[in-house]
Write a new protein. Structure first.
Length: 139
């Protein structure tokens, strides 16, 4: 697991999700929760694909990476609440925030299952014990 890539993608995910949330909040608050959840779905899958393209990861590594993403998004949430002067109790009483956190973990695992299927670059495929074929035939 590459810690720098998981943190980098977590920061980018948090910035995108909070940017979408703030833009939608300025225009029409009623669409805030659906817009953020759709953004989380799309960008978690995109960043899972990008992460797995950069790093050879196991399922355990992907779970740890998704938890790191949730922690980073949570930190950015607290920063946003403080910066905008919002009421903590009112902000965190919205259960869609917690649904989004759980969705990040679930979609990272689903993305792992989707994007590593048939790929031989994962450590599970390497450690399966299948012998490699010889490059030259022997008589």
């Amino acid at each position: 697991m590459e810690f720098k890539f998981s943190v980098l993608f977590g920061i980018i995910l948090a910035i995108i999700v909070l940017a979408v949330a703030n833009v939608v909040w300025m225009f029409y608050v009623a669409y805030l929760d659906p817009a953020v959840l759709v953004t989380i779905i799309i960008f978690t899958l995109i960043f899972t694909k990008l992460y797995l393209g950069k790093v050879s990861a196991t399922m355990k590594d992907m779970i740890v990476t998704s938890i790191i993403w949730v922690i980073i998004v949570g930190i950015f949430d607290v920063i946003m609440v403080l910066a905008l002067g919002l009421n903590f109790m009112q902000y965190y009483s919205n259960y869609f925030i917690y649904a989004g956190y759980v969705l990040i973990i679930i979609l990272a695992i689903v993305g792992y299952k989707l994007f590593t299927r048939g790929g031989g670059a994962t450590p599970e495929a390497v450690s399966s014990g299948a012998p490699a074929e010889a490059a030259t035939p022997t008589a």
